[in-house]
Design a protein around this ligand. Structure first.
Ligand code: AHM
Ligand code: MG
Length: 402
């Protein structure tokens, strides 16, 4: 195998090493607390694989060892799901169509929703690093320590994480072979969570954390290629599955969204019911009379992972805003909104409800919905400004009436 010296500067800053502590310290907000790998030797055949990336992160930051183990499970699950989605089109697979069950949110489950949930659940559970998980396809969070009773699962008291995920987002598209994706968020478990099960309510409530507490977020997009995009809180790394070697290979070492663009991506059928400030901004984009003066185009797959992936690469705005009928829109805060917002912000973009930063909202219930408008900094700021102006206007009106 040939090696070449290629400087792949993957992380923006290498700061002072923080010694290993009993509690993992790789939190959003403490982004300079760890060392970043620099790949000065890269194999021309394999590139930098996700495994190597994680190994090097763990070598430099021993306190992150358990997080990287968890990502070993996610890596395998995503490859398995990519295969399942691809093979689902073959008559022999019999995985297309509906399961015949309705999830707690009243949505018909596709067979692949159920299979994907199972694959991810098992992959994460057997890493031994996870205490609790919440999924779009589970009615309530699952205490994996309880579930593992009697089974040979190794759990290490010091290193439990909480995983939230949407196993197959956009699955309504899957029968037509349109891109789908997996969304994953990882939180630290609360110290007071007793894994022996005597305090299971506290353990399960661990899933109800704001996005600002996320220690990692990732999505895997099943499309023309299989893409794995990851943030550990210090930038965004894009990997592409090399099917020849069966590994995710670093293909975008420092993904940054353009600051402005001319693409918006929302379900236009709902536009007459959107909030007025948003309607005005989108009208301006259509006409070319918005802040940038550019005439926008519309691109909407109807599959969040695909739409956000394109938005990250080309710039623009992806949104599923609230409307008159569904004031909180459609997307779920915990396992869709927050992890994707973490990635978006780490890529230099913004994510808002119009009036609030999505990352700061603390979920009250697991399947809570949230209006979302995310993407290029300048374009999303235009929306935030429009909401702020409208709110200021209505406050003045209210004051005049008094
Ligand atoms: P799902 O989690 O049930 O698949 O629904 C979420 C999907 C998103 O991927 C996408 O952005 C949205 O639903 C599309 O909804 P709509 O068909 O209303 O435009
Ligand atoms: Mg979803």
């Amino acid at each position: 195998m040939k090696f070449s010296i290629i400087a792949v500067s993957v992380l923006p800053l290498v700061s002072a090493f923080s010694p290993a502590s009993t509690k993992p310290a790789f939190k959003a907000g403490s982004l300079n607390a760890h060392k970043a790998p620099v790949f000065d030797e890269v194999c021309e055949t394999t590139g930098v694989t996700l495994k190597r990336f994680m190994n090097e992160v763990a070598l430099l930051n021993p306190e992150l060892n358990e997080l990287t183990t968890l990502f070993g499970g996610i890596d395998t699950a995503c490859k398995a799901l990519s295969n399942l989605v691809k093979r689902s089109q073959l008559p022999s697979s019999e995985t297309l169509g509906y399961q015949g069950e309705v999830n707690v949110q009243g949505e018909d489950q596709k067979k692949l929703d159920v299979i994907s949930n199972d694959v991810l659940k098992r992959a994460l559970r057997f890493t031994g690093r996870l205490g609790v998980l919440a999924s779009e396809e589970e009615d309530v969070p699952i205490d994996l320590t309880g579930e593992s009773e009697g089974k040979d699962v190794l759990l290490d008291d010091t290193g439990k994480y909480v995983a939230v995920f949407d196993p197959l987002d956009g699955s309504s598209n899957v029968d037509a072979g349109i891109p789908t994706g997996t969304i994953i968020g990882i939180y630290e478990h609360d110290e007071s969570c007793d894994i022996e099960g005597t305090d299971s309510d506290v353990c399960l409530a661990n899933t109800l954390q704001a996005g600002t507490n996320l220690v990692a977020a990732a999505y895997c997009l099943y499309s023309s290629s299989c893409f794995f995009t990851l943030t550990l809180g210090n930038g965004v790394y894009g990997f592409t599955l090399d099917e020849q070697i069966g590994e995710f290979v670093l293909s975008n070492p420092n993904l940054k969204i353009p600051e402005t663009s001319s693409i918006y991506s929302m379900n236009e059928a709902n536009c007459n019911s959107w909030d007025e400030p948003l309607q005005k901004v989108v009208d301006g984009w259509r006409e070319g009379t918005g802040a940038s003066g550019k005439k926008f185009s519309s691109r909407y797959i109807g599959s969040m992972v695909g739409d956000v992936h394109r938005t990250l690469l080309y710039g623009g705005v992806f949104g599923y805003p609230g409307d008159k009928k569904n004031v909180n829109g459609k997307l779920r805060l915990l396992y869709e909104g927050a992890p994707m917002s973490f990635i978006m912000e780490q890529a230099g973009g913004l994510s808002t409800t119009g009036t609030k930063r999505v990352m700061e909202i603390v979920p009250e219930v697991v399947h809570q919905r949230v209006p979302i408008i995310m993407g290029s900094k300048n374009d999303v700021q235009e929306v935030i400004d429009a909401y702020a102006t409208a709110t200021a206007g209505s406050e003045v009106e209210a004051a005049v009436e008094v």
